[in-house]
Design a protein around this ligand. Structure first.
Ligand SMILES: Nc1ncnc2c1ncn2[C@@H]1O[C@H](COP(=O)(O)OP(=O)(O)OP(=O)(O)O)[C@@H](O)[C@H]1O
Ligand SMILES: [Mg+2]
Length: 311
C-alpha cells in the first residue's frame, strides 16, 4: 500500500496493478500515458489517462481505508444527479479493486480559469453560479448529498483563536475577535438551504474547457444550502487573483445571491476566514505541499473583505 507522498500526488504507477487492470478493462483500451494536472493540495491519484485509442478520461482513485474514497464516492453521486446543463463533467463510472476505488469522469480540456481582472472568466463564473442557484436543487441531488454532513456548515476558527489568540494575528482581527467569534457562531443555523452548493470553489477546482468554457470540478464537498455560499467563497478567490478588495466587497453587496441574504453571507465569510486563519497556523499535513501558504493568503483576502462588513 503506497503511503501519501510528501510532495505531490500519487501517480498511476502507484495504483495497485489489479486496479489498473480493472480500469483498462472497463475503459476498453490500455493506458498509454497518465498526466497529473497542476492544481489542488490532495495526494490521491487525480490524473488524465490517455488511452491507446486516442480517448482521454479523468480518474480519481484512493485506497478505501482512508477518507478520500468516501469523498470520491460522494462526488460521483453528485455528478450523477446534477441537473442537465450544470457546469460539471459527466460521471463515466466507479470501479473497485484491490481495496481501492476509482471514479472515472469525462475529461475537460483546458487550463484553470483566469480569475484576474484582465480575463472574462470571473464574469462567466458568476453567471454559472446564478444559473446553478436560480432554482432549488433537484430531488435526486438533494437525496444524494443528504447522507454526508456539509463541510461548509461546519467551518469555524474564530472560536479557537478567541480562546488562545496567536501573537501574529493581524490587528484588525485581534480588535474584532469577539464580534468575529459571534458572527461565526451564528453560521451553522444559517447554513440550511435548498440550493446546489459546490462548496469548494477555487480556480483550481475549475477548468476552462476549450469547448464548454468554465466548468466546475472537484464536487467532493457539494451539498445543499443558501445560494450565498459559493458566491461568498468566490469573492476571496477574486482578491487572490488580483481584484481590489473594495471592488469585490461591492460585488458581494450587490450580487443577488448575497444581497438577498447579507446576514448569512457575512456569517459564512466569517466562518470561512476563521477556518483559514486557524488552519494556516497548524503543522502542514503530509502530502499537501503549499496548503498552509495558500491558507495564509486566503486568510488575508477573507479579512480584507470582512473589513467592509464589520461594524
Ligand atoms: N474532469 C476533469 N478533466 C480534466 N482535468 C480535471 C478534471 N477534474 C479535475 N481536473 C484537474 O485535476 C485537478 C485535481 O482534481 P480534483 O480537484 O478533482 O482533485 P482533488 O484531489 O479532490 O483535489 P484537492 O487537492 O482540491 O482536494 C484539478 O485541479 C484540475 O486541474
Ligand atoms: Mg481540487
Amino acid at each position: 500500500m503506497p503511503v501519501p507522498p510528501h510532495h505531490g500526488r500519487l501517480q498511476w504507477i502507484d495504483v495497485p496493478p489489479p486496479m489498473r487492470a480493472r480500469l483498462e478493462d472497463a475503459l476498453g483500451a490500455p493506458v498509454t500515458a497518465a498526466l497529473t494536472p497542476h492544481g489542488g493540495f490532495g495526494h490521491q491519484l487525480a490524473a488524465t489517462l490517455h488511452l491507446a485509442d486516442g480517448r482521454r478520461v479523468f480518474v480519481k482513485a484512493a485506497g478505501d481505508e482512508g477518507p478520500l474514497t468516501a469523498a470520491n464516492v460522494h462526488e460521483a453521486a453528485v455528478l450523477d444527479t446534477l441537473p442537465p446543463g450544470a457546469p460539471a463533467p459527466d460521471l463515466l463510472g466507479i470501479h473497485h479493486a484491490a481495496g481501492w476505488t476509482a471514479v472515472v469522469i469525462a475529461h475537460l480540456d483546458g487550463p484553470h480559469p483566469d480569475l484576474s481582472p484582465r480575463s472574462r472568466d470571473a464574469e462567466q463564473t458568476w453567471a454559472l453560479l446564478d444559473q446553478l442557484t436560480s432554482s432549488p436543487a433537484p430531488a435526486p441531488y438533494a437525496a444524494a448529498v443528504r447522507t454526508t454532513p456539509s463541510t461548509a456548515a461546519a467551518l469555524h476558527g474564530w472560536d479557537e483563536l478567541l480562546a488562545d489568540p496567536p501573537a501574529d494575528l493581524p490587528p484588525t482581527a485581534r480588535a474584532h475577535l469577539p464580534q468575529l467569534a459571534e458572527q461565526e457562531a451564528a453560521w451553522p443555523t444559517l447554513a440550511a438551504g435548498d440550493r446546489i452548493v459546490h462548496g469548494d470553489l477555487r480556480a483550481d477546482n475549475m477548468v476552462h474547457d476549450r469547448t464548454r468554457g468554465v466548468t466546475f470540478v472537484d464536487w467532493a464537498h457539494a451539498t445543499t444550502g443558501p445560494a450565498c455560499i459559493d458566491a461568498a467563497s468566490l469573492a476571496p478567490q477574486l482578491i487572490l487573483a488580483g481584484h481590489a478588495p473594495e471592488v469585490v466587497a461591492r460585488l458581494l453587496r450587490d450580487h443577488p445571491a448575497t444581497a438577498t441574504n447579507p446576514v448569512a453571507t457575512t456569517a459564512f465569510l466569517t466562518a470561512l476566514t476563521g477556518h483559514w486563519h486557524l488552519n494556516a497556523r497548524k503543522t502542514a499535513p503530509p502530502g499537501a505541499p503549499g496548503l498552509r501558504a495558500y491558507q495564509h493568503r486566503a486568510a488575508a483576502a477573507g479579512l480584507a473583505l470582512l473589513n467592509h462588513r464589520l461594524d
